[in-house]
Design a protein around this ligand. Structure first.
Ligand code: ADP
Ligand code: MG
Length: 335
């Protein structure tokens, strides 16, 4: 296998990007020049996310292929959160000394697989050395139809709160990945690890909402944990919210592993983070239509609470009927 020194910066870029085919519409120039070029008549969405070794992942705990897949998936999730369709990515690598050519090959294999799966084009990036930690930064570009943009702002008192999928699986997956003593079946283990290491961006569900006539009033993807991300919606919308413990959707694997290992389910569901499910609000008159459309698409959606008037206050009604206020900065915070 060629080493990085003999490949050089440009040899490496060529090696990693060779397999990527043209995917997006309206591309004028793909990769390899000073800029990529495309034209568009639609709204353009742009977002960026960095993953830093030992902050977001450990090289010993995630395979490079999984890291590549996940890095793309979490960026696509941000586009899904706005009701958009991802079209392009740009990738910056910070390569530290211990990173090998084979690590980068595997990383780009995961990136390539995920880009291909969702029809996303590689438009470029940057390649630099990094003294200590490896890092990868991805910028994603997407588009949305005019008038079909979902933001965190816009929830109104009385709107119902929904989430796609199930919550807590990802953080439980991370917890059990390094715990050999965990009591869980191989099937449960696989489900939970998959949710952590190979999350599915909810593009199908997002597209369904964007194409329907449903009046989605706000939306966010759950990356920091349900409690914190619901706070984001409330803050931007100038509202509060109440959610119900008994309604929070759990996968069978999650419930069973929590019970069998005497783990508290609520902290994982509320603050675990990295679920990459969509959290959105809708006036009550749209509910029937929402359920009908999700059922038809075989996608999971659950009503978990309501938007209230109490500014910035998010409450949880426990199964015993008691009401608790959920603190705002309860998810992951870097500082
Ligand atoms: P410049 O020096 O003009 O910024 P570079 O030499 O850094 O250009 O990059 C050459 C081409 O390769 C550009 O099209 C750039 O977008 C692309 N590129 C660089 N690094 C990466 C990477 N890690 N992944 C994908 N494309 C990359
Ligand atoms: Mg450059």
């Amino acid at each position: 296998m060629a080493n990085l020194k003999s490949l050089g910066e440009f040899g490496l870029i060529d090696r990693l990007s060779r397999k990527f085919k043209h995917q997006a519409e309206n591309t004028i120039l793909q990769i390899g020049d000073d800029c990529a070029v495309y034209s568009s008549s639609k709204n353009q969405l742009v977002s960026t996310d960095a993953l830093v070794e030992n902050i977001h992942f450990k090289v010993s705990a995630i395979s490079p292929g999984q890291l590549g897949q996940k890095a793309i998936a979490v960026n696509l999730s941000d586009i899904a959160a706005m009701g958009g369709t991802p079209t392009r990515v740009l990738i910056t690598l910070g390569i530290s000394k211990k990173i090998s050519t084979s690590f980068l090959d595997q990383l780009y294999k995961g990136i390539h697989k995920t880009c291909k799966l969702y029809g996303v084009e590689l438009s470029g990036g940057d390649t630099v050395s990094s003294p200590e930690s490896f890092f990868i930064n991805i910028t994603v570009i997407g588009e949305s139809r005019k008038g079909k943009l979902f933001t965190r702002k816009g929830a109104n008192k009385g709107d119902l709160i929904f989430t796609t999928g199930t919550l807590g699986d990802s953080s439980l997956g991370l917890k059990i990945s390094s715990n050999k003593k965990c009591k869980c079946s191989s099937q449960s283990r696989k489900h939970l690890l998959d949710k952590h290491f190979n999350p599915t961006p909810r593009l199908k569900e997002s597209r369904l909402l964007a194409r329907s006539s449903l009046k989605i009033t706000s939306m966010i993807d759950i990356s920091d944990g349900l409690a914190q991300d619901l706070h984001h919606i409330c803050k931007q919308s100038g509202t509060g919210a109440v959610i119900y413990e008994e309604k929070l959707p759990q996968s069978p694997a999650f419930s069973k592993v929590c019970i069998d290992n005497k783990l508290k389910h609520l902290p994982l569901i509320l603050n675990g983070g990295e679920d990459y499910e969509l959290l959105f609000t809708l006036p009550p008159d749209g509910v029937k239509k929402l359920y009908r459309q999700f059922e038809k698409a075989q996608a999971l959606v659950t009503h978990i609470g309501e938007i209230t008037q109490t500014l910035n206050k998010v409450s949880l009604v426990r199964k015993n009927g008691k009401r608790e206020t959920l603190p705002r900065l309860s998810g992951f915070n870097h500082f």
